[in-house]
Design a protein around this ligand. Structure first.
Ligand code: PMP
Length: 287
């Protein structure tokens, strides 16, 4: 089926949607993005994603081209036009397309941002069999830039990290800086010891995951302890359980790190419970 996508105010078949070769997203990764999940035809955590998008744009001195309500309307329209029950909506805003390549930012009065949204259809997204099996991860050095809190489309290194994991027969990579885990290539990283969930504190070193915020809130409400601090790969290998969070994987257990089994090596009860709680609670507030 040909998707209907959104480009700069128009809904078009994907084959007819076009962006200039001078677009700064294409030439310089001068663009930010968001991925929002759709479950049962409704948007999960839309508010959080809209707030983070505004922050990313602000940090890069990019104008906010659409209001939150306008963005919500476009998301909903794409869900309807593409008949999405379960899946994702990808949104990207670049600084636009000036008439040439230049390091200097174009004048925002004359060069308007490029806004693109498209859907990804993933029937049964929340019933992923991987959640029962768990992920195997490797550790790699974190060599990304220092503003990982801004959700830019500079995804080459995370993409290389996934390839390194694949070559090693694993599913993903956790990145390590100065001996401590920062995050996964496209997710936040956690370990569990006893009743305690341990995850790196928010800073410019990691993306401020929307799923992270919700999961930590639900965990505290469920009387689990949460400790936001650094941890090493050795501590993670010695933990009872481990997991990741992201908008598209929700809570996903991790059962092996650099070849060492975490806990029993099978998916544990705490990660399973957190996944259930997250899915139940976020479905209640889906819009
Ligand atoms: N960290 C990184 C590096 C990511 O790319 C993502 C997903 N985009 C996350 C964390 C998780 O963020 P969220 O829960 O908002 O999807």
């Amino acid at each position: 089926m040909t998707r209907t996508v959104y480009v700069n105010g128009e809904y078009l078949p994907e084959t007819e949607a076009k962006v200039s070769i001078f677009d700064r997203g294409f030439l310089m990764a001068d663009a930010v993005y968001e991925v929002t999940s759709v479950l049962g035809g409704k948007l999960i955590d839309f508010e959080g994603h809209a707030v983070r998008l505004a922050r990313s744009l602000n940090e890069l001195d990019m104008p906010q081209p659409l209001s939150k309500d306008e963005l919500l309307d476009i998301h909903r329209e794409l869900v309807l036009l593409n008949d999405i029950t379960d899946g994702m909506i990808y949104l990207q805003i670049s600084r636009g397309a000036p008439n040439d390549r230049d390091f200097v930012f174009p004048d925002p009065e004359t060069t308007k941002p490029t806004v693109v949204l498209f859907t990804q259809n993933k029937p049964g997204l929340a019933q992923s069999p991987v959640a029962k099996k768990g992920l195997k991860v490797i550790s790699i050095e974190d060599v990304r830039w220092g503003r990982r809190d801004i959700k830019t489309v500079q995804l080459l290194y995370p993409s290389m990290g996934k390839m390194m994991a694949k070559k090693a027969g694993c599913d993903d990579a956790w990145m390590v800086e100065d001996g401590f885990v920062t995050e996964g290539t496209s997710n936040n990283a956690y370990i569990i010891k006893g009743n305690k969930i341990i995850t790196r504190a928010l800073s410019n070193d990691i993306l401020h995951g929307i799923t992270r915020a919700a999961v930590l809130r639900f965990a505290r409400e469920a009387q689990m302890d949460v400790e936001e601090r650094n941890f090493t790969i050795a501590e993670a290998q010695d933990a009872d359980e481990a997991f990741i969070t992201s908008a598209s994987t929700f809570v996903m257990p991790v059962v092996e790190i650099d070849g060492a089994a975490v806990g029993t090596g099978a998916v544990g009860p705490m990660a399973t419970r957190l996944r259930e709680i997250y899915l139940d609670e976020s479905m209640k507030t889906a819009i």
